[in-house]
Ligand binder design. Structure first.
Ligand code: ATP
Ligand code: MG
Length: 447
């Protein structure tokens, strides 16, 4: 394994001072998988105070000191160095009751969650793999270190982490670990929301997210109770081939692996069960479900402590997930007026997101082909690209006149806003050119 030069140097410095030190956890796992680790974590027998002495004069951050972590910054890259430690149980399901520093790396590796995360590596020693992590990587297995039930009882978040790693790497759970997941998932409701969110979003963006959602619906319902009615829910509608959960799973899988969009797809139809009506032919309808789904999305993203921007974006995209994007004959609406309206309403980024959401939602019905939906989305994207190349006006900011121009003409108060949006509409509809003189002339005639 080739460690980056700064990592080699940090390990060598600690070792010269008499402290065993290793690269550990996710970076060892990823390097063995042939992936580029996104960060390199070290562990060592040195206490935080001893680390501070070893790295005196270097740029350091002490934020994690209480948990035994010192961060050394080299070339603007932070390296977290953590003292070997054991953890007491998490009786509040948020933080370990106690951490104690130890001098044996074996104890530190034993407290880690999964065999593939419990390997350490140092240049002279090579791989330290006490629990068969390397073999599990080769067999593509997520397996707890120790007795799964005990490890999940210490910290229930590990249940979701097991599924997260299985999703990200497309691994299976070892049977004993899977059994413990199925037995103990109800305890997830006690874990701090921000810890759940972090794992959930990584899981949703994983390569095998669809398979994991399909295999463990009850786990997701423990994290988001609004998902509970979906598994096995017969949609009774000829536009849908699948039950509501399978539709949702397929919609997630068919969307780009970005946290916001995957959350949108997970939540987009949560309002369906509560909005169902049956017609005389026995077919179900879900009028108004996007609004109910959006209310659920607002609550769920708030409960998960997503940041404001994420809460607002996800809620909005859920609310508009099925706005019409087609002409009467079913072909994609690509005319200029239509696209400008939508650009005005959503902005470029979210309009493109809505095209992707629409595609995923359609594919997930099971009554159209992915190729057909790809072609339709490409048509929409190309029309949008062509339009945007002309740098069209679709917001008040783009308009060739502004509020002070109108005030100068004697407009006051709400009349200013009304005149501006009237002008913007006229420009978007092609009735007026976006030129200052023409717009001022028109507005004089209007008043
Ligand atoms: P990622 O690539 O997502 O950062 P990671 O394996 O580095 O994956 P982290 O959450 O950064 O995951 O944790 C770093 C290491 O700390 C893990 O590899 C694991 O050894 C240990 N660890 C993290 N969380 C837990 C936990 N809840 N219980 C036990 N060990 C944990
Ligand atoms: Mg990490």
């Amino acid at each position: 394994m080739q460690l980056p030069v700064p990592v080699q140097d940090l390990i060598a410095r600690l070792r010269r001072a008499g402290f065993p030190a290793y690269a550990v956890g996710g970076c060892v796992r990823d390097a063995l998988l042939g992936l580029t680790p996104h960060d390199w974590d070290l562990c060592t027998a040195a206490s935080p105070e001893e680390m501070k002495r070893v790295f005196a004069g270097e740029r350091i951050a002490e934020t994690g000191l209480r948990h035994g972590t010192l961060t050394v910054i080299r070339d603007h890259v932070p390296y977290e160095i953590t003292a070997f430690r054991t953890e007491g149980p998490y009786s509040d399901h948020r933080h370990p009751d106690s951490v104690s520093f130890v001098t044996d790396v074996r104890e530190d590796l034993s407290r880690r969650d999964f065999t593939v995360n419990a390997m350490a590596w140092a240049p002279e020693e090579g791989l330290l793999d006490l629990f068969g992590g390397r073999e599990d990587l080769e067999r593509r297995i997520i397996r707890c270190v120790g007795v799964p039930e005990e490890r999940f009882e210490e910290d229930a978040l590990r249940i979701l982490r097991a599924l997260r790693f299985a999703s990200v790497y497309d691994f299976a759970l070892d049977p004993d670990t899977a059994r413990a997941v199925r037995a103990l998932y109800p305890t997830l409701d006690r874990v701090a929301a921000e810890r759940l969110r972090e794992e959930l979003l990584k899981l949703l963006c994983g390569r095998a997210a669809g398979r994991i959602l399909r295999e463990y619906p009850e786990v997701f319902s423990a994290v988001i109770p609004d998902l509970a009615p979906m598994a096995g829910y017969d949609q009774r509608n000829h536009h849908h081939r699948f039950d509501l959960w399978e539709h949702t799973v397929r919609a997630v899988e068919s969307s780009p692996p970005e946290p916001d969009l995957r959350l949108v797809m997970l939540l987009h139809d949560t309002g369906k069960p509560a909005s169902r009506t049956m017609d005389e032919r026995g077919e179900a309808h879900y009028r108004g479900h996007p609004k109910l789904s959006a209310e659920i999305a607002a609550r769920v993203t708030d409960n998960l402590r997503c940041d404001r921007a994420c809460q607002e974006r996800v809620t909005r995209l859920v609310l508009y997930h099925d706005i019409p994007l087609r002409n009467e004959d079913g072909s994609p609406a690509t005319d200029r007026r239509f696209l400008l309206r939508r650009l005005n309403q959503f902005g470029e980024k979210d309009l493109r997101a809505l095209f992707r959401i629409h595609r995923a939602d359609r594919i997930a019905t099971g009554i159209t082909s992915p190729e057909r939906e790809d072609a339709r989305m490409a048509q929409r994207m190309e029309a949008l690209d062509a339009l945007l190349r002309e740098r069209p006006c679709f917001t008040l900011r783009d308009l060739a006149v502004n509020g002070s121009d109108l005030t100068a003409l004697g407009f006051r108060g709400p009349a200013v806003g009304r005149a501006l949006s009237g002008l913007l509409n006229a420009v978007m509809e092609g009735r007026l050119p976006n030129e200052k003189e023409a717009l001022l002339d028109a507005v004089k005639k209007m008043s």
